[in-house]
Design a protein around this ligand. Structure first.
Ligand code: G6P
Ligand code: MG
Length: 217
């Protein structure tokens, strides 16, 4: 009984969501746009280009493509600056034991992320070898909540959507998993991720018994 376990990256496997936030906050600050943690929730799971549009919209700023390209470049440079010293210690608590257990149980493991920086990050934190398939921001055209990224990941593993389980920290990602007919597991605040079928504050309470249940389901 093989299932596809699909992991989002930012905010699920590694704590990079905070770096995305800091880098966007800097751009917003320079443009005089107020950008709060609540606004940031809307950016989780959302592509770089779309994120900038959302921020500019907040400030009712109508920018030229040239300016947008400059800010997108600056955002990514600032973001990559935060990642320079990244290592295994940034893997979120409880993630490694779950990956290890899934491997022992011979389950399919995939990444489903909107980030174009996903592969280098997985390499930096030294867990790329766990993944049988990687679908990231370079492989998809439609953004979450469109389920393209997860459907691609399941199909690369050769496993049907109904047999896929998605771990997500973003509202858009949970919606994408639900639309695809996959099992959705929210990682983070329950009030924000109330559309998820299951919910955990982080990976530490996820025990082998729960994973066994998902495998049998
Ligand atoms: C993830 C994050 C978003 C980020 C997006 C694109 O979905 O949750 O905050 O904007 O990836 O990431 P990138 O690394 O390509 O800028
Ligand atoms: Mg995320």
């Amino acid at each position: 009984n093989k299932k596809a376990f699909i992991f989002d990256l930012d905010g699920v496997i590694v704590d990079t969501a905070k770096y995305h936030y800091l880098a966007w906050q800097k751009i917003a600050g320079e443009l005089g746009i107020e950008f709060t943690p609540e606004h940031n929730e809307e950016l989780k799971g959302v592509s770089r280009v779309r994120s900038l549009d959302i921020i500019l919209n907040l400030g009712k700023i109508d920018a030229s493509q040239q300016d947008k390209d400059r800010w997108l470049l600056q955002k990514n440079e600032d973001y990559l600056g935060y990642l320079v010293h990244m290592d295994e210690s940034e893997i979120l608590p409880g993630v490694l034991p779950v990956l290890q257990y899934l491997k022992e149980q011979d389950q399919g493991i995939a990444l489903g992320s909107a980030s174009k920086n996903a592969r280098p990050i997985l390499e930096k934190v030294n867990i790329i070898s766990y993944f049988d398939a990687i679908v990231d921001g370079n492989d998809v055209t439609l953004a979450k909540p469109d389920p393209e990224v997860f459907i691609k990941a399941a199909s690369l593993l050769g496993i049907a959507a109904e047999k896929a389980i998605v771990f997500e920290d973003s509202v858009a990602g949970i919606q994408a998993a639900n639309i695809a007919g996959m099992t959705s597991i929210g990682i983070g605040e329950e009030a924000i991720l109330h559309e998820a079928q299951y919910h955990f504050p982080d990976f530490t309470p996820i025990e082998s018994g729960f994973i066994d249940m998902l495998i049998r389901k």
